[in-house]
Each structure stands twice: as C-alpha cells, then as structure tokens.
Design a protein. Structure first.
Length: 94
C-alpha cells in the first residue's frame, strides 16, 4: 500500500510538467479549439494517474485509495510547502 501511495505522490508531482508538454500536442490535434488551462490540468493529472495505476497493477499493489490520496498530496504538496516557507520567512520590508 505504501508503494501505491508513493506512486500517487509521484503522479501528482509530475503532472504540472506533463501539462506543459501536452499543450502543444493537444493544440495540434484540436486546431479549432483552444484547450483551457483547467481542462489541460485535468487531462494531465488523469494521464499521470493512469500511468501510475498501470505501474501499480504490474507490481501487484493496486489499491485505489492510497493512489488517489497520494496524487492529491503530490499535486497540492509543493504549493503547501511554499506557503509554509512564506509563513516562516520574516518580512523586513514592512
């Protein structure tokens, strides 16, 4: 189960970089429609979760809940960490 949780964290963490690589490809295959940022973010996290689910299935630890929770933590975690660092940093300008 911990392996599946770690796969989910990796999937959520990698999703923003996959998102930027998918933008030109989707715009090429859908020339008349511009894909919105929200749709692109959803497609990127779904693709990353699909790959993580296949890897989890191949390794024999295919638990859905740890994979999903890990993906949420992987997607939100870097932003929460940045907020935490901003809270701890003193503001000497004010």
């Amino acid at each position: 189960m911990i392996w599946t949780f770690l796969l989910g964290i990796i999937a959520g963490w990698v999703a923003p970089s996959v998102e930027e690589r998918m933008r030109p490809m989707l715009n090429q295959y859908l020339p008349g429609d511009r894909v919105s940022d929200t749709e692109l973010r959803a497609v990127a996290i779904c693709v990353c979760l699909l790959v993580a689910a296949v890897v989890a299935m191949l390794t024999g630890s295919s638990h859905v809940l740890p994979l999903t929770l890990g993906a949420v933590l992987g997607a939100i975690g870097p932003r929460l960490y940045d907020k935490f660092r901003e809270m701890r940093a003193p503001d000497y300008d004010s």
